[in-house]
Ligand binder design. Sequence first.
Ligand code: F6P
Length: 324
Amino acid sequence: MANAIKKIGVLTSGGDAPGMNAAIRAVARKAIVSGIKVMGIKKGFQGLLNEEIFEMERNHVSEIIQRGGTVLGTARSSEFRELEGQIRAAEICRKQGIDALVIIGGDGSYRGALDLSKQGINTIGIPGTIDLDIACSEYTIGFDTAVNTAMQAIDKVRDTSSSHERCSIIEVMGRNAGYIALWCGIANGAEDILIPGKYNYNEQVIIDNIISNRKKGKTHHIIINAEGIGHSTSMARRIEAATGMETRATILGYMQRGGSPTCKDRYYASIMGAYATDILCQGKQNRVVGYQRGEFVDFDIAEALSMQKEVNSYQFEVSRLLSQ
Ligand code: F6P
């Protein structure tokens, strides 16, 4: 059967994530071997609106699998958030002869994909975000690299924190999601992990914990604070005043988004990219790719966006127990 899809576009949107390049490479290579033209769209939806579009050949995606960031660039577009922008973006796709668009990004990008699908453009989402906060997928591209980067940085802070017998508050990224904080909290053996939905903002509990740990002879105290809780610097001042233990705040910030992707990120991104092109070839429309229970799967975009995801309570309880 002749392939109905002749030309696709690919873009990355929202915050960059290590492994996005592996996904771009897989989308492009799988399409090219299937006889489909691939248009690279620079700087996300804004680049689409600016028609920053070029045909991708096989060699455009050579030597990128190991690189952090996204070779296509990314942006958060205010123009595309408006209906007028979405209508214009769909017109540009039609003018360019783009039959379908593969969008690599987080939940904001999925909302963009849904908006564009309402204007008649077939869109396929691939989960690319360090936050791991896409409900339909147990895995998001970039998370593994980000947690490993954060874990190594936290180990280093811990060394100096122990030498000085200090308390350290380390703020990790994750917008309103607590996955990076939870994973690092467990992997770094943090004494306290503060994450949205679990932390009750009772600082006295943390203070009592620090005082009791000091009495037990602990020489340092690591608090991993999720970005969604924030205010690490003022929290450090209050904790120091209440405990008498020198307390410093470290905000890890954008270093968590950079760097060469881990094997896991490259692997999952490669399969997800190929899978996205495959489902387009099968004639599927307006789907997002996910990973669940060992399988790569796909969902309707609107259905995916309506799903909810929360930090697992058992895993959170384990993190508390192990740090006692
Ligand atoms: O979504 C990824 C992420 O790094 C979040 O963890 C963070 O809150 C946000 O992006 C920061 O975005 P920006 O690049 O716009 O500052």
